[in-house]
Design a protein around this ligand. Sequence first.
Ligand code: ARG
Length: 570
Amino acid sequence: MATYFKRTSVHKIIQSLIRLGQLGFKDGRKLEDSLVSLIRVREASKMFKASERQLELRADSLSTLVGEGWKESVVNDKVNLSDTENVYLDKDFIRVQLDNREFSQHILKNIQQAGPSYGYERLESSPETVLVEYSSPNIAKPFHAGHLRSTIIGNVIANLYEALGHNVIRLNFLGDWGTQFGLLAAGFKKYGQFKKLEERDPMLHLFEVYVRINQDVSAEDESDMRKKATYAEGLELFRKLEQGDPEIVSLWKTFRKITMEENNKMYERLGIKFTETHTESMYNDKVKDIVKRLEKEGLLKYNESGVGYMDVMFAGRLGPAKLVKSDGTSLYLSRDVSAAVDRYERFKFDRMHYVVEMGQRSHFEQLIGVLRLMKEPWILERELGDVHIQFGRIEGMSTRKGEVIFLRDIVDEAKSRMIKTLKEKQTTRDGIEVEEVSDRLGISSIIVQDLKDRRIRNYKFSWDRMLNFKSDSGVFLQYCHARLCSMQRTCGVDLQDGAAVDSLVEEEAQQLVLHMARYPDVVQKAWVNLEPCYIVQYLFRLAHLTNVAYSHLPVKGQHSDVAQVGQSDL
Ligand code: ARG
């Protein structure tokens, strides 16, 4: 859309600078693409009416490209840069005034032609291969809020890359290795029943076992000796698993299958997809190759108890990142190092993002530090924040029944609350699939609540806010969308090319067009920062503006020119 205007506006700016003697002709041409990616549609505000169409470029971003010199010839605010009044400097921005009519016409036509791909224009630069790792729950441990956020945020980030034309590998990395397995196996020997694993809810049974055995090793009324003995049994069983003991391996496979089946049901319900599922256990053996490589390159040191480590910066200082236990077996960190090396060999990606809660920051600092020392090519130019995509905690996530055990508890409760609301609402039409609709609305609400703020912020879980039809929530967006679809079906107006933009005189209509024109900029911003909240906030405003237009701009009974660009109150 605005690319056309962006290009012509950038031309105007460059020509003005050339005329002012601030830029050579050739330099100007070189600048063009960078400026097109930086110039934005100006938002409406108290100072700026929506009907004034402008593009704006931050003056300091021009200075970064060409130096401060250009400002000397245009020192005062609101100084024209061109012969006409169209390009001028206004405090921190260079602004380009556009023709309202031409702009609106172009935007509307463009939206209509592009359809769902509006805002996701094909890249001019060549597509990259990007690996996004998200969800990554643990087998035989509850799927907690951190995994829920990783699943939701990671999925959107992957969608964003894909929509912008990149090649995306969506990877789920299951935590299926570690001493917790030994403990669960010990628990199962004590409290488990195979029969219950065949019944309706095997996951619940595994969870009961998990809770009881964890109580055994931490309960206050338990003697230290017994706690230690239980723990030692867990370690012993894990050692057996590492050695390939058939009985324990088979138990481990059963736990893994049950957990994956449960998770897959949830992924399907939430519309989450992966192209790859890898597991930590895949790397237990491969760690040996990494250790050999590190020893050969002289990177690995051993301490007096035989633990292998490398010194890297994490948590603000240089410290030992432990990679090999004294018995030579792997650790979470070394499995991650091995996995990163393997993924790069397989996919030769340009970037990899790990969407993981911020509590694991120091783990990722260590991982990145180690990969840098190993000179893995993709990591050298990257910052921590570009590799470890962090997010904050959800506080107070609970259901009517109390503590949340499984993700399905949250999704089920959102659904049942929606069913209740829909049944009570008089506007709910007969014959709709209340169950199905409520499931969708509940899920949208969970997702939108999770994405609406910057990801690093912690947020308080609130059923009321999340399921509120009138405020900024998932149901609110769905409601607005459904209302528009219904209007489109029933208004009796054909949506054709070339709407008569001269009829768009009302402020409400002007606001809406301007807001829609901003969408590609918003998508870019969300993508550059990997922050889905910019898109969600954009949608909230779009829904509000739509609602205002909806009640002020009738469609029914209007002349067809007006109706085609207006709204109805059907
Ligand atoms: N399974 C881990 C956990 O739940 C998260 C894995 C994150 N990804 C990674 N490559 N380390 O704590």
